[in-house]
Design a binder for this molecule. Structure first.
Ligand SMILES: [Fe+2]
Length: 315
């Protein structure tokens, strides 16, 4: 990957000439992060073809160990709202939770734990992370961001779920000027083919997807031929009992520790009605083959067409 800061305001670019392994939200979950790295090794994917969409530190116990794994891994990491706020010593995680909601109250405990754990070098690394990384793959440009893009840096904690209106996702994509977006933050995996472009969220590896299973999610984006990609969602299993035990030993909220096994979030405050209604239903997001034609790279122009089933649920 080219380095941030080569030119003023330059967006770093990751050129992927083979499958790209994408993951979001390690969330201080050491066992899940190790499972992700094992999966990459098993598939023969080097760190140079891996992308993290941010929130390295959050709900779980091992803020330092997971941060240091990311720091030394060589994996490209987009700044999440957690890195933004921990890096600058802000008072809260900046997740965008409404004041006094369950998510807001629960987040205070892990944020305090992380704040106590991290050293200045960890915070400096977080502050230096890019807010956007461009993926150059199959002749396409995909903008990797954490939340949204429209409106500038404040969009970092925008929740954009699978049920978002097409116009909302299209406007966010247009703000990037790219052919497609790889986003994080919302914690539930999905891929939406838009009239002009594609929106992909790999989900999170540090917390299940509120689907009633302990599985966590990453994805593979494979270049097929010129301007054609295959996007697959990949479920991971890992030693969640050990992660939960470490959370309990650290005195972290039981709601998130229990969620690692139950696959059910302790609060659905942030979810739109459609995602709320799917709570506890095992996910089975389909693979998508997406072809783009005519879109000028970086200009958000031209027609794009894709082939994908609507997001479906198993069971
Ligand atoms: Fe986030």
């Amino acid at each position: 990957m080219s380095k941030p800061g080569q030119a003023a305001g330059a967006v770093p670019v990751l050129r992927a000439d083979g499958p790209l392994l994408v993951f979001g939200g390690p969330y201080s979950n050491l066992e899940a992060t190790e499972a992700l790295l094992d999966e990459a090794a098993r598939r023969g994917i080097p760190p140079a073809r891996m992308l993290c969409t941010g929130d390295v530190v959050a709900y779980c116990a091992d803020a330092v160990a997971v941060t240091e794994q990311m720091m030394r891994s060589g994996i490209a990491v987009v700044m999440g709202n957690c890195e933004q706020n921990l890096g600058t010593g802000a008072d809260d995680c900046g997740c965008g939770f409404a004041e006094g909601t369950a998510c807001d109250l629960l987040s205070r405990a892990w944020y305090a734990h992380a704040t106590r754990s991290l050293a200045p070098a960890h915070r400096a690394w977080m502050r230096a992370l890019p807010r956007r990384i461009d993926i150059d793959i199959a002749g396409l440009r995909l903008a990797a961001i954490h939340g949204g893009a429209a409106g500038g840096p404040g969009a970092i904690n925008r929740f954009l779920f699978a049920s978002a209106p097409e116009g909302t996702l299209a406007a966010e994509l247009a703000a990037t000027g790219a052919d497609g977006v790889i986003a994080g933050h919302c914690g539930i995996p999905f891929t939406r083919v838009l009239a002009r472009g594609v929106w992909h969220n790999a989900g999170a590896i540090g917390m299940p997807a509120n689907d009633g299973t302990a599985r966590v999610w990453c994805s593979l984006i494979t270049p097929l031929d010129e301007r054609r990609l295959r996007i697959e969602h990949v479920a991971l299993r890992y030693d969640h009992a050990r992660s939960a035990a470490r959370m309990r030993a650290a005195g972290l909220p039981e709601g998130y520790a229990a969620a690692l096994a139950s696959g059910l979030w302790p609060s659905c405050d942030v979810l739109p009605p459609a995602e709320r209604a799917r709570r506890g239903q095992p996910l089975d997001p389909p693979a998508v083959t997406w072809s783009a034609s005519g879109a000028a790279m970086g200009a958000a122009m031209g027609a794009a067409m894709g082939a994908a089933d609507a997001p479906r649920l198993a069971g």
